[in-house]
Design a protein around this ligand. Structure first.
Ligand SMILES: NC(=O)C1=CN([C@@H]2O[C@H](COP(=O)(O)OP(=O)(O)OC[C@H]3O[C@@H](n4cnc5c(N)ncnc54)[C@H](OP(=O)(O)O)[C@@H]3O)[C@@H](O)[C@H]2O)C=CC1
Ligand SMILES: O=C(O)CCCC(=O)O
Length: 484
């Protein structure tokens, strides 16, 4: 139905303990295409009981998986990586159909998702410990790293594959087992990854996928004493709730939550480069990423010129269905998402913002929103505080560097920030003063598997990708050897 080269990648069952299973109740829920709303598949609506079973299996599997060598785990992960690339076209097609992003972007995400698997296959062999100089002659102090144990992962719809692999691959590389609950909008990408993991030789119970009721599944993930770690990407509100639910059993946590990224353009910036960076960081995935620029802070001297150049670049974006040739802007994920964007833009206009481009739903209907640029935006408008998660660039004006820093840091979030300047002293000064986990300097693209992705403040805790991403799934153990 989806016109896949390998139709068996379209799984409409959960993958628990190495078996493809339905919900105990037999209930399912539909998966729809955001471009037009057609139902493309049905997946099980599981709850607590199925999730409990997945964790019991993960607990059993942990006993043997943790004993495998790093090289054995690396070989399996490497096969998973190879399979993802072999099936890149099908995986991308499934993603575009359930998530809406343009096919070229979906293919890019599959390559990006696979890169995490490759990276952690390599890092698995480098989980080194330490020998610490001892304070006493008859003692030796040794530090080893051990897998955390059984893990739980909850992922969002905006990156249906990459958000999974950057959790599951380091967990498996470290010797942990993991149960995943994907977003209800995009379960098919997750199930296809599970199918390929099984083909790659990941043993039963090591990686399970449960689709269904978020609060019931989340309740087991956060409450079960079998689970030692929860890793989550999604909204700050849900992250806060999950953190509280994990408190009684003191689970290790990685939370990758909302952002409110400033994109600062100083008078001395290369404006054409800044516009290219702005397009990349703002309109990727139709603005639906947590690291998308949310507030454009533009210095007085270049404000009008930047607005004009950005509007010209935005005019070249092509809105449409993700499978159509040349389309760069797909639909937003669902009606609540577009209603939120619409209300933020209406609020800004009512308070005095000027529409430079776009500003309303697209003529295509559905959940397509026009790529939008708003000028004369002020800090009393909701766009200054809220994560837009849509293709809207609000331009704020500032006069001094101090003012730009103050505005940039005036948010509860601290995920990604960007700025453009050619002045070296300023580059170091501003980088130090921005209260963010990631800073893009003269670039709008910061995501890569080799760098630590994560935020400060209400944007979360922990890092994904890079050597730090493996540490999140390992515990440090100190061995004191006496009587030597
Ligand atoms: N940091 C980021 O990358 C993301 C940020 N967001 C922000 O969040 C806003 C809302 O998006 P939304 O999709 O609603 O994000 P959510 O945080 O609600 O969803 C993310 C994941 O959490 C799950 N979830 C939701 N409630 C619970 C719960 N009580 N227990 C366990 N799991 C739960 C969801 O499951 P289910 O889908 O089944 O409800 C999904 O798998 C966006 O507009 C954006 O601002 C959204 C996605 C990603
Ligand atoms: O939006 C997110 O949740 C993560 C952004 C994807 C990336 O750039 O890695």
């Amino acid at each position: 139905m989806l016109d896949l080269k390998d139709p068996s990648l379209l799984r409409q069952a959960c993958y628990i303990d190495g078996q493809w299973v339905g919900a105990d109740s037999g209930e399912t829920f539909p998966v729809t295409n955001p471009a037009g709303g057609a139902v493309i598949a049905h997946v099980p609506r599981c709850g607590a009981a199925e999730t409990e079973r997945a964790f019991q299996a993960a607990d059993r599997a942990f006993a043997t998986w943790r004993e495998t060598t790093a090289a054995e785990r690396a070989r399996i992960l490497r096969r998973w990586f190879d399979l993802m690339l072999t099936h890149q076209d099908d995986l991308a097609r499934i993603m575009t159909l359930e998530q809406g992003k343009p096919l070229a972007e979906a293919k890019g995400e599959i390559a990006y998702a696979a890169a995490y698997v490759e990276w952690f296959a390599e890092e698995a062999r480098r989980a080194y410990g330490d020998v610490i100089p001892s304070p006493a002659r008859d003692r030796q102090i040794v530090v080893t790293k051990e897998p955390v144990g059984v893990c739980a992962a909850i992922t969002p719809w905006n990156f249906p594959s990459a958000m999974i692999t950057r959790k599951v691959a380091p967990a498996l590389a470290a010797g942990c087992t993991i149960v995943l609950k994907p977003a209800e909008q995009t379960p098919l990408s997750a199930l296809a990854l599970a199918e390929l993991a099984a083909r790659a030789g990941v043993p039963a119970g090591v990686f399970s996928v449960v689709t269904g009721r978020a609060s019931a599944i989340g309740g087991v993930m956060t409450g079960s004493p079998l689970v030692r770690k929860l890793t989550f990407t999604g909204s700050t509100g849900v992250g806060r709730l999950l953190m509280a639910q994990c408190a009684p059993t003191i689970k290790k946590l990685s939370l990758e939550l909302g952002g409110n990224a400033p994109f600062i353009v100083f008078d001395d910036a290369d404006l054409d480069a800044a516009v290219a960076g702005a397009i990349a960081s703002k309109y990727r995935n139709a603005g639906q990423t947590c690291v998308c620029s949310n507030r454009f802070l533009v210095q007085d001297g270049v404000y009008d010129q930047f607005a004009e150049k950005l509007a010209a670049a935005v005019a070249l974006l092509k809105v449409g269905g993700g499978l159509e040739e040349g389309v760069t802007q797909g639909p937003l994920i669902d009606e609540p998402a577009i209603a939120k964007v619409e209300s933020l833009v209406e609020d800004a206009i009512a308070k005095g913002a000027r529409v430079v481009s776009g500003g309303k739903r697209h003529a295509l209907g559905g959940t397509w929103y026009e790529p939008t640029v708003l000028a004369d935006v002020s800090r009393d408008m909701e766009v200054a505080r809220e994560e837009i998660f849509g293709p809207v660039a609000p331009l704020f004006r500032f006069k001094t560097e101090d003012e730009a820093i103050a505005i940039a840091n005036d948010t509860e979030f601290g995920l990604a920030a960007y700025f453009y300047s050619k002045d070296h002293a300023r580059v170091w000064r501003v980088s130090r003063r921005l209260e963010y986990g990631m800073v893009g300097i003269n670039t709008g693209l910061i995501s890569t598997e080799v760098a630590p992705f994560g935020g400060v403040k209400c944007s979360g805790t922990g890092r994904e990708g890079s050597k730090y991403g493996l540490d999140e799934y390992m515990e440090v153990k100190y061995l004191a050897l006496g009587g030597l």
